[in-house]
Design a protein around this ligand. Structure first.
Ligand code: SF4
Length: 393
């Protein structure tokens, strides 16, 4: 695991942001980069997954004190059945990937787990932690980089819109290559995203030449620009992951004030103007939500915003001692229980098994379409023909 004392401003995990917007590096200071519960859950999933893989592949880390799986679990404050599922799936995937390489190699592949990589040529004390790396001699030398993602926003090894490979995985591959290039021949690089929570495991293959090209044409020039203090803001999809998304004036101006109608006096918007505003709305809503979240966090920490106060959104009552309530109701001759409620589809499938569920209950389950929403043309969902829908109604 990475040392918590080291904080990389230009980290691989944030590279999609700072490689797209050098200005964002000003927000990568640790202060605006707060650690959320979601991130902590992810860190702990990684820890458990790494322990399971180490055990399965008999990998020993001599730098750390040995812990059994039970001891690792005891140290995880957010341990849950969901975490166990994610870690088990990740470990299975990693072991299969290792076996795949081993079968096709003459020599035993090298495996590294939670490998700290030295990124000091990017910034002083810079480090990055690779989840899992495997080097085999398959096809003249193949490096496999596997990255476990525990979030719900889909992540891709190769961006379906731009066709570019994932810069975070690219940086891991590059610095892994730099560390081991004198010991192992590497020609091909396989980049894998393992994201079980949304069933999104995907991968791409690149050549060493493409990786080195990424370093020369993309990574090095941007690092130099940032080191020279050339902070050029650039808005895009990457803003939603930027630690400065709430405070960035450029994003605020971009989303709010460069709207096509901003300069004009209008009483009623024309359809052309509405059409021109539509592409900006997601950005405005997302910016407003981020800013509200930031203001709330500050208020919770004691900041008083002029004209605003903290209140409970709704007050709910909760029974704090169920056993006592049941006992008292029974003594009063009142049934304390509500009538039985039908379990959900997932629970019934679990109880009956997939096949039996299909056979016995399949005919009573129907797919329900969600309501219609307006999205941009590059959204992957199929377009609804509203005229046909009306005719079929
Ligand atoms: S919010 Fe967007 S434009 Fe602003 S610094 Fe972050 S990435 Fe750059």
């Amino acid at each position: 695991m990475p040392s918590p004392s080291k904080h990389s401003k230009l980290s691989p995990s944030k590279s999609n942001i700072w490689l797209n917007c050098s200005y964002s590096s000003l927000f990568m200071d640790g202060e605006t980069n707060e650690k959320s519960e979601v991130a902590e859950f992810g860190t702990q999933c990684h820890e458990l997954g790494a322990a399971l893989i180490s055990k399965a592949l008999h990998v020993t880390n001599y730098d750390e004190e040995f812990k059994t799986i039970e001891e690792v679990k005891e140290g995880l404050s957010m341990y849950s059945a969901e975490m166990q599922d994610i870690a088990d799936g990740y470990a299975d995937y990693a072991v299969n990937a290792y076996e795949f390489e081993k079968k096709r190699s003459k020599q035993e592949p090298l495996v590294v787990i939670e490998q700290e990589l030295d990124l000091s040529d990017i910034e002083e004390d810079g480090v990055g932690t690779l989840d899992l790396g495997i080097v085999s001699d398959r096809d003249g030398g193949t490096l496999t980089i596997i990255d476990l993602k525990t979030g719900r926003l889909p992540v891709y090894a190769k961006d379906p819109k731009t066709g570019k490979f994932n810069s975070q995985l690219g940086m891991y591959a590059l610095y892994f290559y730099k560390t081991f290039k004198d010991l192992y021949q590497i020609k091909n690089i396989r980049l894998v995203i393992y994201q079980p929570v949304i069933n999104n495991t995907n991968e791409c293959e690149i050549t060493l030449e493409e990786l080195l090209n990424f370093e020369e044409k993309c990574l090095k020039p941007m690092v130099q620009r940032i080191k020279n203090g050339f902070h050029n803001p650039r808005c895009g999809d990457h803003c939603k992951y930027c630690p400065g998304r709430m405070l960035c004036r450029y994003r605020m101006l971009n989303d709010l004030w460069t709207l096509p109608f901003a300069e004009k006096e209008v009483n009623k918007l024309s359809e052309e103007e509405i059409n021109a505003i539509l592409p900006h709305l997601d950005g405005i809503i997302s910016y407003a939500e981020d800013l509200k979240e930031y203001a709330l966090k500050k208020a919770l920490a004691g900041k008083k915003w002029d004209g605003f106060k903290l209140v409970y959104s709704k007050v709910t009552r909760k029974i704090i001692d169920e056993e006592q309530v049941i006992k008292i109701c029974k003594e009063e001759g009142i049934d304390p229980f509500v009538s039985q409620k039908l379990a959900g589809i997932t629970e019934l499938t679990k109880r009956l098994g997939k096949e039996k569920f299909k056979e016995l209950l399949g005919g009573y389950v129907a797919l329900q379409e969600g309501s219609l929403v307006l999205v941009k043309n590059d959204d992957s969902r199929e377009e609804v023909n509203i005229e046909e829908e009306k005719n079929n109604a």
